[in-house]
Design a protein around this ligand. Structure first.
Ligand SMILES: NC(=O)C1=CN([C@@H]2O[C@H](COP(=O)(O)OP(=O)(O)OC[C@H]3O[C@@H](n4cnc5c(N)ncnc54)[C@H](OP(=O)(O)O)[C@@H]3O)[C@@H](O)[C@H]2O)C=CC1
Ligand SMILES: CC(C)CCC[C@@H](C)[C@H]1CC[C@H]2C3=CC[C@H]4[C@H](C)C(=O)CC[C@]4(C)[C@H]3CC[C@]12C
Length: 340
């Protein structure tokens, strides 16, 4: 049976590199690129077909920050495919990032230098905004749209004949201190990115608790520091190019400066080759690259507790209810087609 793989944010960076690596591993898969911009999606499909002319690569229009689009996209996917083996929840944003230069230089000469360089802790803030449906944009894109997608695709993910795996591209920037159960969307703080990534760690744990018995498993990864549009939004690409020799040097001490999208996709690719039921729900799987350029995956225990993860899950279910009501009110058509 051909495996079906869906990747969000597949048109660039780590998502696109993952697609290339998956096709290298198994050219028989049904690969679906879920993207918000169809021109960029088509360009990615063409690029993949250059190296794999026989590959089965389809496109799905899906803006994870827009809940209408998530429901519509999932509906289209279900019409086209009757199974889903791997769901890569990779799309992500870090809007309007600001680097605290003073904190950076201070941190460099402190005992926490390596931690700062591998997590970005204490030196990076972002400015968030509210989407038309009333959700915080970073939360909606990095977390909630993906949660709704999982819920919509539940019939394909929970099948008796085979297990499925949902994989979140999280981050080592996910910090417990950035997340607040009373403000899960991070409306009132400068760290929406970190909060959303911590939220994905919590949610992955909850999904395992609620869905393992139905054949669906969930894992989280950190790709390390990778040069992509996301990092070029923090500092210009020319800057990163100039300091590249320094970044290669730092890699010797941390191994988490994976730097290229190919290396960053290592843990995502590694998970594709594992049995979903053999994975540790408390582990974050890190893509790492040694000083000599060798890639490997290493798990680390996440700073999570079951009660918090369950409380967050309950809040997400309540929010799902509210959002679905708004979708119905805005577009009565949804009710007919989705039985919502
Ligand atoms: N680069 C890094 O160092 C790290 C990245 N990550 C995570 O890796 C993931 C991939 O990012 P990366 O490859 O680095 O960056 P890119 O910006 O290259 O890739 C992000 C992808 O997500 C897509 N995307 C963004 N918003 C939406 C949306 N609303 N709907 C659908 N797709 C969307 C983008 O599409 P479009 O082209 O249309 O913008 C793009 O394809 C993210 O989740 C990021 O947080 C985690 C740790 C480190
Ligand atoms: C002031 C300049 C001379 C140098 C500033 C460097 C910083 C902008 C970067 C140093 C470490 C970087 C990061 C580390 C971890 C990443 C994390 C895994 C992620 O998910 C998103 C990006 C990072 C936070 C990234 C961001 C840039 C740095 C803080």
């Amino acid at each position: 049976m051909k495996k079906v793989v869906l990747v969000t944010g597949a048109n660039s960076g780590i998502g696109l590199a993952l697609c290339e690596r998956l096709l290298n591993e198994d050219a028989q898969i049904e690969l679906c690129l879920a993207c918000r911009n169809m021109q960029r999606a088509e360009a990615a499909r063409k690029a993949l077909l250059v190296s794999h002319p026989q590959a089965r690569v389809s496109l799905l229009h899906l803006d994870v920050g827009n809940m209408h689009s998530v429901v519509k996209g999932a509906e289209e996917f279900k019409k086209k495919f009757n199974r889903l083996d791997y769901l890569y929840l990779n799309a992500g944003i870090m809007p309007n990032p600001t680097v605290d230069h003073v904190a950076f230089y201070r941190g460099l000469f402190s005992r926490n230098a390596i931690k700062m360089l591998t997590t970005g802790e204490g030196i990076l803030t972002q400015e968030d905004k509210v989407t038309p449906i009333g959700l915080q944009e970073v939360f909606a894109t990095n977390l909630f749209g993906h949660f709704l997608l999982v819920k919509e695709l539940e019939p394909l993910l929970c099948q008796t004949e085979h297990n499925s795996l949902v994989i979140w591209t999280s981050s080592s920037n996910a910090q417990r201190s950035s997340f607040n159960l009373e403000d899960v969307q991070h409306k009132n703080g400068p760290l929406p990115y970190s909060s959303s990534k911590y939220a994905s760690d919590l949610l992955s744990l909850a999904l395992n608790r609620h869905y393992n018995s139905q054949g669906m498993f969930s894992s989280v990864i950190c790709p390390g520091l990778v040069m992509t549009n996301l990092t070029y939004g923090i500092l210009p690409s020319l800057f990163w190019t100039i300091i590249m020799p320094i970044l290669f040097l730092i890699r010797i001490f941390t191994n988490s400066f994976t730097l290229s999208p190919y290396n960053g996709a290592e843990a995502l690719y590694w998970l594709f080759k594992q049995k979903p039921e053999s994975l540790d729900p408390m582990a974050k799987y890190h893509s790492l690259t040694s000083g000599l350029g060798n890639n490997y995956t290493r798990p680390s225990k996440m700073d999570l507790d079951e009660n918090m993860s369950e409380a967050f899950y309950v809040k997400l279910l309540e929010l799902e209810d509210t959002v679905r009501k708004k979708l119905r009110a805005e577009n009565p058509d949804f009710k007919e087609r989705n039985g919502m």
